[in-house]
Design a protein around this ligand. Sequence first.
Ligand SMILES: O=C([O-])C(=O)C[C@H](O)[C@@H](O)C(=O)[O-]
Ligand SMILES: [Mg+2]
Length: 421
Amino acid sequence: MSRLDVRHIVVTPIAFPDPPLLNAAGVHEPWALRTIVEVYADGGLVGLGETYGDAAHLVLVEKAAGALIGLDAFNLNDLRSRVAAAIGVVDAPDRHGLTGASSAEKTLARVVSPFEVACLDVQGHATERPVADLLGGRIRDRVPFSAYLFYKWAAHPGAEPDEWGEALDAEGIVRQARGMIDRYGFGSIKLKGGVFHPDEEIAAIEALREAFPEHPLRLDPNCAWTPATSRRVAERTTGLLEYLEDPTEGLAGMAEVARSASMPLATNMCVIGFGDIAESVRRGSVGVVLSDHHYWGGLRASAELAAICRTFGIGVSMHSNSHLGISLAAMVHLGAAVPNLSYAADTHTPWQCGADVVAETLTFVDGSVAVPTGPGLGVALDRDALARMHADYLRCGVTERNDTGYMRSIDPAYERKRPRW
Ligand SMILES: O=C([O-])C(=O)C[C@H](O)[C@@H](O)C(=O)[O-]
Ligand SMILES: [Mg+2]
């Protein structure tokens, strides 16, 4: 096949309603932001990508898009070089810090990612093969996901309650888990912690264990605890958790906790780029890495990460932030092609409450998504939805994710602390 040049790229920021989910940084704002990338190539082929919608990131994505006209959609190395040259050495941190520290390397990876996914989608359409085949071929036909539970308010202040209702204690969390498992069939459960005193979150884990004796459980306080608190929680949850995610900050702190914890420690906050892996292995900081193609530089980079993890006997799981159907499809193709995806992946899909930019969102059956067999990612844009969500972006007034600022607008005494306990 001759070259397949990129002719035109459309970058569209969008917003969709987000429930008041609580975390260690504050609370989700009423709108979550994303950016949708459409890459048009020779022969009328189009590929889709999805990434963050924060203003500083959007500027870089737009800059990168301008540099990719004329790129051969099969040359993903050239894609990375062009993006690097277009944005320069720049560090565009996110405000919430829930995916760890920022750096120029991570910023570049974040900007490359949606274009890499879109080019793989183009390649898939050109070759009439699913993206999973371009990543080495599927080794599973279904990709398992976990129920991702959040403490939450019933509603944003002044708004109507959302469909998930309130969850501010163990009883509410078990109710939420039941609703999510009834609807999606998830076979494992993650609780987003770092919101209440660790004793309350341990009580929620104990209640989940009682209600769901067979479901593997995870707890993720996003570094809200000191190493000493983390060790105590690890001891009290012995036999309850398949992994404890980011209890404390940094490779040294995690290593200190890992030495006494009976369960593996997992992370999407301290091993967040290839430069972190050697020190993590040397210190024994983590037993599981949550990959995330949105900030590891795309699907191929995430597959490389998984191969490195395999070398060192580190497990692989998958992280998610609020996302829509293009990202879900990308995660499913990656999950299909990564031999050592040892744990069910995270997803925020249930929290979208049905909103999407794709015409048919991939569906969960028994907690898993079937890997699409058609060309590319296997999802198509719903152009009416895209236009509506872009209009929402323009009118919603949110230009970056700021969980702490939003929490402070409701509770002026709220302080963001890491560690808090
Ligand atoms: O696993 C994680 O750390 C996350 O998923 C981070 C997210 O940003 C989550 O805390 C959220 O959506 O509030
Ligand atoms: Mg996490």
